[in-house]
Design a binder for this molecule. Structure first.
Ligand code: NDP
Ligand code: 8X3
Length: 252
């Protein structure tokens, strides 16, 4: 029987790259994100390319009712999820704490922390029912190294770090593996979203060095998931060679 992976934030970047890789490896996929048109296009592409089954489940992870209704309304055969990739997330702005924007704070915390919790609770229960599974939480190097003007994003990713550890304890009796991945700079739509559509400013983030590609992160996620059943990779920190920590990048 084919395995099923549920990927949040599959419309772009790391989530989309995971969708490609897991489809290539024969997984059937539940793809989520807000941009329904992108989900439909991706589903069509993957179905044609890899002949895997895809369920598209569009919702905003911040909206608890939407999350619960969308996931509960999936047909029963889709609730046997083997792998959950908690990837949906974002940053908004770069501001010191005394000048931060309340709405930016709400968006980051509601998406990166509360959204991850809403999805995880439901899917963890499905995994308990099917006696196993693997949850991969996408955190960030920002969880490990707090940087100037980024404290709320960093805090939200540190919360993902804590939840990753806590879920591993709580789900231990059910044979559910829980892994966290902590990437450094990955060239995706992330900075364009952080800078609210300012493409020029976003481009500068990745200039003068070779950042990670979304596919590099997907490859590491697949590595964790494809270890033998008795092995759990608790945490994987993945950096561009030109980046030593969140703030030290060697640019040409
Ligand atoms: P992208 O902006 O390319 O992709 C983000 C994804 O998250 C999109 O699919 C987006 O879908 C989804 N998303 C955002 N908000 C919501 C929401 N409210 N509801 C549902 N889905 C949402 O960025 P990345 O691929 O880079 O980011 C993926 C994850 O990786 C994030 O958690 C990010 O924090 C983390 N990360 C990124 C790094 C980087 O340098 N790029 C480094 C370390 C970690 P849609 O807009 O369609 O809803
Ligand atoms: C994204 C990487 O360093 O811009 O999580 O916060 S960073």
């Amino acid at each position: 029987m084919a395995k099923i992976a549920l990927i949040t934030g599959a419309t772009a970047g790391i989530g989309e790259a995971c969708a490609h890789l897991f489809a290539r490896e024969g997984y059937h996929l539940i793809l989520t994100g807000r941009r329904h048109d992108r989900l439909d296009r991706l589903a069509q592409t993957l179905n044609t390319q890899y002949n895997v089954e895809i369920a598209v489940s569009p919702f905003d992870v911040r909206n608890r009712t939407q999350v619960v209704n969308a996931l509960n309304s999936l047909p029963e055969q889709w609730k046997r999820v083997d792998v959950l990739i908690n990837n949906a997330g974002l940053s908004q702005g770069l501001d010191p704490i005394h000048k931060g924007d309340y709405d930016d704070w709400d968006t980051m915390i509601d998406t990166n922390v509360k959204g991850l919790l809403y999805v995880s609770k439901l899917v963890a229960n499905w995994m308990i029912d099917s006696k196993g599974g693997h949850i991969v939480n996408v955190s960030s190097i920002a969880a490990k190294n707090v940087y100037a003007n980024g404290s709320v994003y960093c805090a939200s990713k540190a919360a993902v770090d804590a939840l990753n550890q806590g879920m591993r304890i709580d789900l231990l009796p059910y044979g559910i593996r829980v892994s966290g991945i902590f990437p450094g700079a990955v060239d995706t739509e992330f900075s364009e979203v952080r800078f609210k559509g300012d493409k020029e400013r976003a481009k500068k983030v990745y200039e003068g060095f070779k950042p990670l590609a979304a596919a590099d992160v997907a490859d590491a996620v697949y590595y964790m998931v494809s270890r033998p059943a008795h092995i759990n990779i608790n945490e994987l920190i993945l950096m561009p060679t030109a980046q030593a920590n969140a703030t030290t990048i060697h640019r040409k």
